[in-house]
Design a protein around this ligand. Structure first.
Ligand code: ADP
Ligand code: ZN
Length: 731
């Protein structure tokens, strides 16, 4: 990178744009000049596009034809560390720079001039008559002592129609003013009292705070059972960052969890932090993006893409539930937010805290190797203790056909009903039944566009493909043999389990928590709050419930099929099952009443099931690590997945075979290539999918080799190639 920090008007600058071009474009700096890193609008053909001044121009473009930057946007220039971060992230994930820039500028209306909005304050005018509605409006203004509101906010808060507010403006009782649309976030005060930490918690908080004070990069694994107070502890690290005048970012895997979390932040620091996720409004996103750059947002709670926000001085990144699979972005730019957090922190001398009760093997191994520090919280806070975990051996349970709740589990649920406590049944399968089969010919209903069976969703009375989202009605006659009235659901989904629970306990209030049953994050949030308040006796949930919800009355967790995740050849099957089961079980007994977790299994002596039950985590990780080491797979070796897809199967395979024949660049670094082979889901949305897998020893320049290997390829027609570094799923 050049040392030049400012370009005079007319000087050549190289601009990185968000357009899919493989190089920087030369422009002339605009009138008034521009800084290195300036966000600019530049002409490209007939269009105006967004870009960032990346350095001096290359000078290889005819200066007579050189066009000028249209204008410099009114936002802080991109910092050097951010440019370095984007560059390294691009190299690591083999993503073109324009795509990285798009990630870093995902706020609407960035190029709009700073916009103003109308706000209302109390004016001097006396209303001609006082109505109930009018006095409510004035009441709100009084309650908030002089604060200004937008007309919409004011109407909402006073629960009146907009015309009431308009009427008061006309009378001069309300005064209109113009104010900038994007305003700083309320100040967070780290000096407000924190909870009284236990000795263990205080020690951990102290260690994290010291890391923050050092002003250097460092990563710490904060491992503690669910309910041990990890959140309380890392909020003290946030306090340390705020005291040091630096910004903090907390990544959360599940948007539905933010409500409870925001309340806790507000209780600790006196105000709500900024929020960045897909559920936030456009206006809110733009405000976050801009305020973060000005240092006017001290703390951001966000989804993984918040790592690409232009923080002015980021001193701390928390990755909560760091093992969560949703941290891996599975389409577009394929990146792991956990790994990118570490990279970003290294670039800006920040601390990273990876918090989990069941860390990923990657993180565990990094802590073992001394690359990460490790802090442990070993007991639950207060009176609450870890649930008692037991296997229910399904081989000796008596079940009627097409039922899945064993007598043992039923008995335990009955006990909870009698005591007024809650039970949770966990089954990681959405819908009513995973398969619909014809009892005349045995055919199963499959998706027309994908290599997948259609799943019945009874609440919408349709079959749905979980790959492409296509739906169709449950057919009366078999699509294959045309016999009528023989179509039958096979196997359980969460909706079917709910029917079974309702039949067993007709008097019970039953709640189903599955992501597809809620139209919005808000609806889901509300349901979760109702359940926490005791408005359900039996809760049925998919993966969604494994994550951090706090249901104080919940004392029983029943896992319907503990073996489900152990099937299949996924490298991480054991790890995932272990994490999921421990997390789900952790939902029970979070308050004073002790909890119990029952796991229905056909293989109680399976080593993973045994490890889950015994709770001997270190031994589980050690055994798992030894196996991966022996196989040379992550985290002890490197992998990259290549997915080829296209409408014509032969063309996709031809490309795969050609790649396999020309694997010189891979062999030169000692990497092995497997495939091409049809992907486990061999067709999605009408496109055939073929996979190749690259396995390399640790420490070799894998990305460079992959780049050299794929660079000469010319993808014809509708063929697509995507590279997944450190793949997490192999579908
Ligand atoms: P984790 O993040 O490890 O699951 P939390 O931080 O959510 O644990 O703590 C679990 C519960 O215990 C929360 O309701 C939390 O407020 C409470 N808690 C934890 N530590 C303390 C403490 N030192 N004082 C008071 N309440 C605490
Ligand atoms: Zn489909």
């Amino acid at each position: 990178m050049s040392g030049q920090e400012f370009f005079q008007a007319g000087e050549r600058v190289g601009v990185l744009t968000t357009q899919p071009l493989d190089r920087l474009l030369d422009y002339r700096a605009p009138e008034g000049g521009c800084f290195l890193g300036a966000y600019v609008e530049v002409p490209l053909g007939p269009r105006k596009v967004l870009g960032v001044v990346w350095g001096p121009g290359a000078g290889d473009f005819d200066s007579a034809k050189l066009r000028a930057v249209i204008r410099v946007l009114d936002v802080a220039p991109m910092r050097t560390e951010m440019r370095q971060f984007l560059g390294k992230a691009a190299d690591y994930t083999l993503t073109p720079m324009p795509a990285m820039l798009r990630l870093a500028t995902r706020a609407p209306g960035l190029s709009d001039p700073p916009s103003m909005r109308k706000i209302l304050r109390r004016g001097d005018g006396v209303p001609d008559r006082m109505t109930d509605a009018r006095s409510r409006v004035l009441g709100v203004l009084e309650d908030y002592g002089g604060l200004a509101f937008t007309p919409r906010e004011l109407a909402d808060m006073a629960d009146v129609t907009p015309s009431v507010v308009k009427g008061l403006v006309k009378q001069g009782t309300l005064r209109e003013e113009e104010a900038p649309r994007d305003t700083p976030y309320p100040h967070l005060d780290p000096e407000l009292p924190s909870k009284q930490l236990t000795e263990d918690q205080a020690k951990a908080a102290q260690a994290l705070a010291e890391g923050v004070h050092s002003g250097c990069y460092g990563t710490t694994l904060l491992k503690g059972v669910t309910g041990s107070g990890k959140t309380e502890v890392y909020l003290e690290a946030v306090a340390a960052a705020l005291r040091a005048g630096r910004q903090a970012l907390v990544l959360l895997p599940e948007i539905a969890l933010t409500a409870e979390f925001l309340t806790r932040v507000e209780a600790r620091f006196g105000a709500k932090p900024a929020e960045w996720h897909s559920g936030a409004t456009m206006t809110e996103r733009r405000r976050v993006w801009k305020m973060v750059g000005q240092g006017a947002a001290q703390l951001v709670i966000g989804a993984r893409s918040s790592l690409f926000l232009p923080f002015r001085d980021l001193g701390l990144i928390i990755v909560d539930e760091e093992h969560d699979t949703s941290y891996k972005q599975e389409d577009g730019v394929l990146y792991s937010a956990r790994d990118m957090a570490v990279l970003r922190a290294a670039m800006c001398s920040a601390q990273v805290v990876l918090a989990s009760a069941t860390p990923s093997l990657e993180t565990w191994a990094n802590a073992e190797a001394g690359k990460y520090k490790r802090l442990n919280l070993t007991s639950r806070f207060g009176a609450s203790v870890l649930p008692d975990m037991r296997a229910v051996d399904m081989r000796s349970e008596d079940l009627l056909p097409s039922t899945w709740i064993s007598p043992t589990l039923k008995q335990a649920m009955k006990l909870r009903m009698e005591r007024g406590e809650q039970s949770l049944l966990f089954l990681n399968r959405r819908g009513f039944a995973p398969v619909t089969i014809c009892r005349a010919c045995g055919a199963q209903v499959a998706c027309d566009h994908c290599d997948a069976r259609m799943v019945e969703h009874r609440f919408m009375k349709r079959l749905m493909c979980h790959q492409c989202g296509e739906t169709k009605p449950v057919p009366e006659a078999c699509p294959s043999c045309e016999v009528e009235g023989k179509m039958a659901p096979v196997g359980p989904g969460i909706e079917r389990l709910a029917e079974e629970a309702a039949a067993l306990f007709p008097e019970a209030r039953i709640a189903v928590l599955s992501s597809d049953l809620f139209g919005s994050a808000r609806a889901l949030k509300q349901r979760i709050e109702e359940i926490a308040a005791g408005e359900a006796d039996i809760i049925l949930g998919t993966q969604l419930v494994a994550k951090g919800h706090n249901f104080p009355l919940l004392t029983l967790v029943g896992v319907i099929d503990a073996d489900l995740g152990l099937q299949g050849s996924d490298l991480r099957a054991a790890e995932r099952t272990f994490q999921l089961m421990r997390q789900v079980a952790g939902r029970a007994g979070r308050a004073e009443r002790p909890g119990e977790a029952l796991m229905q299994t056909f293989q109680p002596e399976h080593p993973v099931i045994r490890a889950i039950l015994s709770g001997d985590e270190e031994n589980f990780w050690k055994a798992e690590a030894a196996e991966r080491q022996a196989a040379g797979v992550p985290p002890y070796g490197r992998m990259a997945g290549i997915i080829l897809s296209g409408p014509d199967l032969a063309a996709v395979f031809d490309l795969g075979n050609a790649m396999a024949r020309n694997d010189g660049p891979l062999r030169r670094i000692g990497a092995q290539l497997f495939g091409p082979a049809p992907a486990p889901i061999a067709r999605v949305r009408g496109r055939h999918r073929v996979r190749l897998l690259v396995k390399a020893p640790k420490g070799v320049p894998l990305q460079e080799a992959l780049a050299r290997w794929t660079a000469p390829l010319r993808l014809k027609g509708d063929l697509r190639l995507s590279i997944d570094i450190d793949p997490q799923s192999f579908f």
